[in-house]
Design a protein around this ligand. Structure first.
Ligand SMILES: NC(=O)c1ccc[n+]([C@@H]2O[C@H](COP(=O)([O-])OP(=O)(O)OC[C@H]3O[C@@H](n4cnc5c(N)ncnc54)[C@H](O)[C@@H]3O)[C@@H](O)[C@H]2O)c1
Length: 317
């Protein structure tokens, strides 16, 4: 299949490029490299360095495409609070441009990177796809707006679509060019931050008085390789005029202290931490109900937190 991967120079998109080209798909990439890295792009894929904000660059990237996997976008919660207009422009406006150019080009299949941030403060744990969506920040609001836009697009223009609501993505992929791993700047994700910490720069634990067993927040982590496997299954499952939404996580939660303990084990030594105040808007527990992905996509995560930490550590060395 000829697949356009938007955001293919980024962490998750780059991993998708590597795995899907390895399976024999013909891959093109559209990325403006605002947070991505051109050095992760294999030489044998077509790369359009362009923006979702420029319809002619999207049209160019779509040439000959059968399907789109849409990772490109802005994804920092804190930045979205400071710069909501940027998030609406790129995530919502940029995806509007992409859907319009897909329609003009007759491309009718899309898999979209949505987020658990669409749910906001959960009323039930684990969180099913039918849970109330009430995002607590502009990032989550833009992801929800795109999910809704895609639902309309599938009804009105026959798009075959899936939105995959990721919980926390972690881990790395080793390939012939080295490790493909998280290189966000600033890095807001727990596992790379733990691995970059030191006695002088201890890991900040935001809140140690949450109503959880050890007092720290609980999150659900999924390995990036398992995540891409779900994208491939979602792509294969697409049906005309249908938009399906699936949660992707492990279905298990790990507290911040449990993730630190897993990292200590991988490192073979202790890791300095410092208890800091809770961050406003942080829910105590976020765990995905992944039953729909298990049955609807015949997907199951296969790599646990130890593999996520070990692969990230290996990618840093
Ligand atoms: N990493 C996670 O834990 C997580 C969780 C939930 C959802 N997501 C979503 O997954 C997707 C990928 O996340 P990531 O962690 O790989 O982030 P990333 O920042 O590494 O990748 C995003 C890519 O999009 C590109 N991009 C940004 N704006 C663009 C524009 N206007 N035009 C073209 N390209 C543009 C960037 O250059 C980058 O390569 C994002 O949509 C993110 O919201 C990630």
């Amino acid at each position: 299949m000829k697949i356009l991967i938007t955001g293919g120079a980024g962490y998750i998109g780059g991993t998708a490029v590597e795995i899907m080209r390895g399976q024999g798909h013909e891959i093109s990439i559209l990325d403006d490299c605002s947070t991505g890295h051109v050095d992760t792009i294999p030489k044998d894929v077509r790369f359009v360095q362009g923006s979702l904000l420029n319809p002619s660059e999207i049209a160019d990237a779509l040439t000959g495409t059968d399907a789109v996997i849409h990772f490109a976008g802005k994804s920092l919660v804190g930045e979205s609070v400071d710069k909501p207009a940027l998030y609406y422009s790129v995530n919502v406006g940029g995806t509007r441009n992409l859907l319009d150019e897909m329609y003009k080009a007759g491309v009718k299949k899309i898999v979209f990177s949505s987020s658990a941030a669409t749910y906001g403060e959960p009323l039930q744990i684990p969180i099913p796809e039918s849970a109330t969506t009430s995002p607590t920040n502009p990032y989550g609001a833009t992801k929800l707006a795109v999910d809704q836009m895609i639902t309309t697009e599938s009804r009105t223009r026959g798009l075959a679509a899936a939105s995959l609501r990721y919980f926390n993505v972690a881990g790395a992929l080793h390939c012939d060019r080295g490790w493909l791993s998280e290189r966000h700047n600033p890095e807001t994700h727990l596992i790379p931050n733990i691995l970059c910490s030191s006695v002088e720069n201890p890991v900040k634990i935001f809140g140690s008085d949450w109503p959880t067993a050890d007092g720290t927040c609980i999150r659900d982590y999924v390995h990036v390789i398992d995540l891409i496997d779900a994208h491939i299954k979602a792509l294969d499952s697409l049906q005309n005029e249908l938009h399906e939404i699936y949660n992707l996580g492990s279905g298990d939660g790990y507290s911040v202290r449990q993730v630190v303990a897993a990292a200590c084990e991988a490192f073979g030594h202790s890791i300095a931490t410092i208890d800091s105040p809770r961050r406003p808007g942080d829910p105590a527990v976020l765990i995905a109900d992944i039953g729909k992905a298990r049955t609807g996509l015949d997907w199951a995560p296969t790599r646990g937190i130890q593999a996520m930490v070990a692969d990230t550590l290996a990618s840093f060395n």
